[in-house]
Design a protein around this ligand. Structure first.
Ligand code: UT7
Length: 325
């Protein structure tokens, strides 16, 4: 099996900042409640960008950072739950705009674990030798499926995109181990309906309303703490590493209190957990990609550092990747 490295990252978020005070003008909430229960201070909300716009910008930055010609990309996988269209995929839209003429492209839905699922999927194509280079994107314009009158969800989320270019390498570093899991029996914890059945055989054609996210917050919280804790342990065991070997853990950026509980369960200092959720909120499929790019941009990640990317989300889904950078 060949090794697979991340050779460039990129991210994008809309300029428009929505503060907690801005949300307090829409629903009965306040800055203090949101900050103390989630750690979130503000988020970016699109005023014009679609998912394919944000995905393209993040992808372009990742491709430039990787010093890669778009023609060299063999595969584009985009993780999203908020595509512009049912078809074509966001990945195909990005492929067209990037002029990545040799790339196969498709979308994948694993909700907030999407970036980890997409990285793991892409890396399999590279490890087996089928492809040499892949572009992975996580993007969501989650604001378009939020019920802006539901204070239990609308305070949590933000829009954005993160991307990474992967390359097969003979170097003995890069992705060392990954693990994915799903539990469809818990699908009702967190969901968003799609277009309802509507055809001449259906008796009453429902009036079509825009679907929005529904969530059992406390159930998702408990699932997250348990699943992320277990997933980190699993990927450490698969890679034959220990917590002390890890420089940074980049978790899905959902809630400071979830991450704090995971750190305690794993007996790891909270400082190892990279967080930027106070500025972006929960950007769904994009959050881990945005956080990874930010960590790269800060210059704090050095060759040889070991990191873990770990996500959880609707499905329910979970997954982690251990990387020697
Ligand atoms: O990508 C995955 C996305 N989802 C998640 O990560 C969600 C995981 N869950 C959570 O993060 C937390 O459950 C929440 C942040 C959603 C809620 O925090 P909580 O500590 O579990 O609050 P709660 O649902 O137990 O509600 C406590 C109180 C309730 O009032 P009463 O019944 O005690 O009077 C809620 O009605 O807080 C109230 N409340 C709010 N108050 C002000 C709920 N939302 C708000 C709000 N502002 N936005």
């Amino acid at each position: 099996m060949r090794h697979v490295r991340i050779i460039g990252t990129g991210s994008y978020a809309p300029d428009n900042i929505m503060s907690n005070d801005d949300i307090a003008k829409l629903v009965e909430t306040n800055d203090e409640w949101i900050k103390s229960r989630t750690g979130i201070k503000e988020r970016r909300i699109s005023t014009k960008e679609t998912s394919s716009d944000m995905a393209y910008e993040a992808a372009l930055r990742a491709v430039q950072a990787a010093e890669t010609d778009p023609n060299e990309i063999d595969l584009i996988i985009c993780a999203t739950i908020t595509p512009d269209y049912c078809m074509p995929s966001v990945a195909c839209q990005v492929q067209g705009r990037l002029k990545a003429e040799n790339a196969a492209a498709f979308d994948l839905n694993a909700a907030c674990t999407g970036f980890v699922y997409a990285l793991t999927t892409a890396s399999q194509f590279l490890q087996t030798g089928m492809y040499q280079k892949a572009l992975v994107i996580g993007v969501d314009t989650i604001s378009k499926i939020i019920d802006w009158q539901d204070r239990s969800t609308c305070v949590l989320f933000g829009d954005g995109a993160g991307a990474a270019v992967l390359s097969a390498t003979s170097d003995r570093r890069g992705i060392i181990a990954s693990t994915l899991n799903s539990d469809g029996s818990k699908h009702a914890f967190l969901y968003c309906e799609a277009v309802p059945l509507s055809n001449p055989y259906v008796e009453s054609l429902e009036e079509r309303t825009a679907p929005s996210i529904r969530m059992l917050g406390q159930e998702v919280f408990k699932f997250a703490v348990r699943n992320v804790t277990d997933t980190i342990q699993t990927v450490l065991e698969k890679a034959n590493r220990e917590g002390k070997d890890i420089k940074y853990i980049i978790p899905h950026q959902a809630n400071y209190r979830i991450i704090e509980a995971v750190a305690k369960n794993c007996k790891l200092p909270i400082e190892k957990f990279f967080m930027n959720l106070e500025r972006y909120g929960n950007t769904s499929s994009a959050s881990i990609g945005i956080a990874l790019d930010e960590l790269v941009q800060t210059g704090e990640l050095h060759r040889g550092d070991t990191i873990i990317l770990v996500g959880f989300g609707g499905g329910m889904t979970g997954g982690a990747i251990l990387i020697d950078w």
